[in-house]
Design a protein around this ligand. Structure first.
Ligand code: NAP
Length: 231
């Protein structure tokens, strides 16, 4: 095992999967969490199947990490759900699932990660979205969850001042990932060609991960220049 260790949630797909691959290439030991498991096969990758909505699953994840590692240098929270429908047509269970996954899931990770904090090293990188900066039609549940997640991280930043961790919050515009596969019909006149791609994301992540330990990026927005869903 290397001396640099990372946890990535949402490791089975899209941004989380790409993040795991990037961190492995950078020499990290990576714990990757998702419900369905990650396709990554690498000596320094530990696949953990869990449901982030369940606090007991997340507690178990951290005890597994603690059994193998003394601390976490990077925690990238990518697990999330995204559904599209007008607010009055959104089923309550779908709305609740956004809150359970996108806010409660992150809450569980923050809450149970404290034993693995290494002062002046641990870097929490959280996938927010432009949907935490502006409301968009037909994604009310998603926007509500991302605004809520923003509130959670902003409060933690104040509470955890003495822990000497850093918080970077990423606010990307649309990135072409499997997240969009089921919902494109709801976005007329919007095509995947005007989304960011995963290489664009990795370029930003690389800058963030390699930045000096005293730097954090409280609100790093990045957008496709011609993207149709920009704030
Ligand atoms: N793509 C974009 O345009 C975009 C833009 C801004 C922000 N973001 C944010 O970036 C993050 C990743 O998005 P993506 O585009 O990579 O989406 P994605 O391809 O759909 O991946 C979502 C990941 O979240 C995991 N996940 C969902 N529910 C979970 C649960 N209950 N427990 C554990 N894992 C769960 C999924 O794994 P399982 O299904 O296997 O559990 C999957 O690995 C999300 O937070 C999203 O809101 C995305």
């Amino acid at each position: 095992m290397s001396s640099l260790t990372a946890l990535v949630t949402g490791a089975s797909s899209g941004i989380g999967l790409e993040t795991c691959q990037y961190l492995l290439e950078e020499g990290y030991t990576v714990f990757g969490a998702s419900r369905s498991g990650s396709p990554i096969d690498h000596d320094n990758f530990i696949d953990v199947e869990l449901d982030i909505r369940r606090e007991a699953d997340v507690e178990e994840l951290f005890s597994e990490i603690s059994n193998q590692e003394d601390g976490l240098q990077v925690i990238v929270q990518c697990a999330g759900v995204f559904d599209a429908s007008p607010i009055i047509e959104t089923e309550s269970k779908v709305f609740r699932d956004h809150l359970d996954t996108n806010i409660m899931g992150a809450f569980h990770v923050f809450k149970h990660s404290t034993e693995l904090i290494v002062p002046n090293e641990t870097h929490y990188i959280t996938l927010l979205s432009v949907a935490a900066q502006k409301g968009f039609p037909n994604v009310g549940a998603y926007c509500a969850s991302k605004y809520g997640l923003k509130g959670l991280v902003e409060s933690l930043k104040e509470e955890w001042e003495s822990k000497k961790v850093r918080f970077t919050n990423l606010y990307p515009g649309p990135i072409d990932t499997p997240m969009w596969d089921e919902v494109m019909d709801e976005f007329d006149e919007y095509d995947r060609g005007s989304m960011l791609n995963l290489d664009d994301y990795i370029g930003v992540l690389d800058m963030v991960v390699k930045s000096a330990p005293h730097i954090q990026f409280p609100e790093l927005t990045f957008l496709h220049r011609s993207g149709g869903l920009n704030p």
